[in-house]
Design a binder for this molecule. Structure first.
Ligand code: HEC
Length: 264
């Protein structure tokens, strides 16, 4: 009786182990597939620096002027920006708040999510954690990848987010881009396929390409900061803790040598 009771229990453990193994393999394959895809898209590098306060100030200005009509960053309060970006509450109120929000409020928006969905087809997501979920290089590339596409409701498409519901809100600054295709004969030689080759400027924007890169870098920098406002502090603290541990180690070592020097 006992052995019979035990056998299924064993079986279950083995089954669970196999299931875990399968899951691990699937997860591994999943990550590998994502890595290949990202490589194919050839993301541009954001090269942003969250310790650069001037860049964060410009990024915050860009964000409230061009993005916060549709996107909230609801996990951050305005007065936290004041502290972290070296601004006074009054400067935040005058330059970064265009609604009747108070400096103690979170950076929410007035748009009803249902309205957003009705207007754009998708509700614009909150961007508090977007830099952490997608990565800064993706964001930098995303804001460089809108191109003319008359088949889309906004007249625009995006290379890294195909059929993006977001309008190309920075077109005046960057200028318009068009997609360039090249003909590629199919393997059986019967068709010539249009293969996406890259993006090319169609009209000039108000900013030069370098100025636009900086504009986007600052904006992405701000989103990176918003994803973890304490990250600069955390890094500095980490360095100080390591320094402290090093000094402690040297002292402890010197003490040990002193204690043991007479013992042969
Ligand atoms: C007019 C409204 C509007 C404005 C203004 C706007 N967006 Fe969006 N945004 C959207 C919508 C709608 C989506 C959802 C797109 C989708 O999933 O197809 C979106 C999605 C995004 C995403 C997510 C992309 C992804 O991969 O899922 C990012 C990042 C983003 N917006 C950044 C920005 C930034 C930065 C600005 C300011 C420069 C901005 N948006 C301004 C409407 C807007």
């Amino acid at each position: 009786m006992r052995t019979k009771m035990k056998a299924p229990a064993m079986n279950n453990t083995v089954k669970n182990m196999i299931r875990t193994l399968k899951l691990c393999t699937l997860l591994f394959i999943g990550t590998a597939a994502v890595a290949v895809q990202a490589e194919e898209r050839e993301l541009l590098h954001a090269n942003n620096d969250v310790a650069n306060k001037a860049s964060l100030q410009r990024g915050a200005r860009n964000f409230v002027n061009y993005c916060s009509g549709c996107h909230s960053t609801k996990y951050v309060r305005y007065n936290r920006l004041a502290v972290d970006l070296d601004l006074t509450d009054a400067q935040v109120k005058d330059n970064l708040i265009f609604t009747n929000a108070k400096v103690t409020d979170n950076m929410t928006i007035n748009m009803d999510p249902a309205d957003g969905k009705a207007w754009f087809g998708k509700t614009p997501p909150d961007l508090s954690l977007i830099a952490r979920s997608r990565g800064t290089d993706y964001l930098y590339t995303f804001l460089h990848s809108f191109y003319l596409d008359p088949s889309r409701p906004t007249g625009m498409n995006n290379v890294v987010l195909p059929n993006a519901a977001m309008p190309n809100v920075l077109w005046e600054l960057q200028g318009l881009q068009k997609a360039v295709y090249e003909g590629k004969t199919s393997e059986d030689g019967k068709r010539v396929d249009k293969v996406f080759k890259g993006l090319e400027a169609d009209t000039k924007g108000k900013l030069s390409p370098e100025e636009y890169d900086q504009f986007v870098r600052d904006t992405v920098n701000f989103l990176d900061y918003v994803g973890e406002p304490g990250q600069v502090e955390r890094r500095n603290l980490g360095i100080r803790v390591m320094g402290f541990l090093l000094v402690l180690f040297l002292l402890a070592y010197a003490l040990k040598t002193e204690y043991w020097k007479d013992i042969k």
